[in-house]
Design a binder for this molecule. Structure first.
Ligand code: FAD
Ligand code: MLT
Ligand code: ZN
Length: 466
């Protein structure tokens, strides 16, 4: 890498404010959200146009400098954290943040538009962007597409991939791929949009997206339900899905995670007056002319009392928001609760309850002193499965020999059950070795061949994914 020549090439072609060199301004972006990885970057590049991104890519290839794309830096897998050896520079997309157009059924948003901004702009048009997650105040649409993010509405609307109608991106050579026109049909070979979705910035830089909007939520209703075990939670989901197509969210929460939220997050309180070992947050959205969701949930939960221990139905939007705040605070509360090995697993949905009960106990027996539990998107077969360290373990326990052995054991169990070691967070640097260890040869061969073909100079997010 010839950094000086790279800088000189950029200084000739970019406005001065696109190149940040002050270490104090760069430092906040060098560590991931969980505080697990810290990298170095001699520069932070912050282009505000697609052409400036193309200039950067051409210069990076000419001078052999790696680029680490970064949106909101909310990655759960160290995907946006640069390597520690200073061999790559941060490329922030946050200033590329214009909403180029918006109407009731789609938006064209630049990569750095923050999810919350898009949601509010859509609401202003009487529409909705149907993807939500706890990092909505920082995650960008570019990051969401690069990770194919999921969240709490996948059950009804699918992952980010289902929301992308078109894309603008800068590929090797600084060439701009543009499918923002939103053609419904375009079979000129493999979809470049879909190659970049979920590629975690390793194949090119996403600069803008054409995104699907859906009609605004007519009437929203939420219920918090206590259940005896995850088998009952899944049976309840099946009952609800058989009776209505209005269920948008179905989140499973073990009591231990709720307790951590109540302990760590100010102004939260338990939704139920009785104790339950497991909880479920359900959201239903119905059209203006349909049965109101509160009534619908009350009726359907009333027909399933054998599956519940208790339930409360939100009576206002404020109460609905308070229930969702509990759910969206779990990541923060889990982070505050001390060292743990975290896993983002998906399984054939019928196997999730057994995994949360039987495999969790198996892991605790195999690694004495650990405590395993999982929460999340039961309706998608996706839980965030955390194995908490034995008492007194140091903060970096997840990266110790024991922490790594725990993760390998969990991933082996998941793989044996026909599941995936990354449901929605991606691979990043956290799971790169585990992907190589466990992915079938056909997948690894294809991923490596695509990477070599799309990134011949090895500049796009080096050291991540493959
Ligand atoms: P970053 O973290 O900055 O980057 C993520 C990856 O995308 C990196 O590999 C980066 O290099 C790449 N990238 C970013 N922008 C671009 C671009 N323009 N072009 C090419 N590559 C790019 N994820 C879920 O799926 N579901 C959840 O429910 C969920 N909940 C979360 C809750 C909390 C509290 C937090 C902190 C995170 C959560 N996440 C969740 C993870 C995270 O929010 C998502 O992965 C999100 O998509 C990252 O967006 P970002 O803009 O922060 O991207
Ligand atoms: C969630 O569903 O809350 C997230 O994906 C983040 C996490 O793993 O905690
Ligand atoms: Zn999640």
């Amino acid at each position: 890498m010839t950094l000086a020549a790279f800088c000189a090439a950029l200084a000739d072609q970019l406005p001065a404010n696109a190149i940040v060199t002050d270490p104090g301004d760069i430092a906040p972006w060098l560590t991931d959200w969980r505080g697990r990885w810290t990298g170095t970057s001699p520069l932070l590049l912050q282009p505000s146009t697609t052409e400036e991104v193309a200039v950067i890519v051409r210069a990076a290839e000419a001078h052999g400098v790696g680029l680490v794309p970064q949106g909101g830096n909310s990655s759960m897998v160290g995907g946006a954290t640069p390597p520690a050896d200073g061999s790559a520079v941060l490329l922030s997309l946050r200033r590329l943040n214009r909403l180029r157009s918006l109407d009731s059924d789609h938006a064209v948003a630049e990569a750095g538009v923050i999810l919350d901004t898009l949601q509010q702009a859509a609401a202003g048009e009487g529409a909705r962007f149907p993807l939500d997650l706890g990092a909505r105040g920082s995650a960008t649409v570019g990051g969401l597409a690069a990770t194919n993010a999921g969240g709490t509405q996948v059950l009804r609307f699918g992952t980010m991939r289902a929301q992308v109608l078109g894309m603008e991106s800068v590929l090797s050579g600084g060439l701009v791929h543009d499918s923002l026109g939103g053609l419904k049909k375009d079979n000129r070979g493999v979809s470049l949009d879909h190659l970049l979705i979920g590629a975690e910035g390793t194949l090119g830089i996403i600069t803008a997206l054409r995104l699907r909007l859906v009609p605004g939520a007519g009437q929203r209703g939420a219920a918090w339900v206590g259940v005896a075990n995850p088998h009952h939670a899944l049976a309840l989901l099946r009952c609800l899905e058989a009776a209505t197509d209005t269920i948008e969210g179905f989140e499973l929460i073990p009591d231990v995670s709720l307790t951590r939220v109540l302990e760590h997050i100010p102004q939260t309180r338990a939704p139920l007056t009785t104790n339950a070992p497991w909880h479920v947050l359900i959201e239903a959205v119905t059209g203006a002319a349909e049965e109101p969701p509160q009534q619908l949930l009350e009726r359907l939960l009333g027909e399933s009392t054998d599956l519940l221990t208790d339930a409360v139905i939100a009576q206002s939007d404020a109460q609905t928001e308070a229930l969702w705040r509990l759910r969206h605070s779990i990541s923060e509360a889990e982070r505050a609760a001390g060292p743990a090995a975290q896993h983002d697993i998906s399984l054939p949905i019928d196997r999730v309850p057994g995994f949360l009960l039987d495999e969790a106990r198996l892991i605790e027996r195999r690694f004495p002193g650990t405590k395993a539990s999982g929460y999340g998107h039961l309706g998608d077969g996706n839980v965030h499965f955390h194995v908490r360290a034995p008492a007194g373990a140091p903060p970096g326990w997840a990266d110790s020999a024991e922490g790594k052995a725990v993760s390998a054991f969990v991933h082996d169990l998941v793989t044996a059950a026909g599941g995936s070691i990354s449901a929605e967070h991606g691979i990043g640097q956290m799971k790169k070795d585990e992907l190589a260890r466990l992915a079938p040869p056909a997948r690894m061969q294809a991923l490596r061949a695509i990477k070599a073909a799309m990134d011949p100079h090895g500049v796009f997010n080096p050291g991540k994914l493959v």
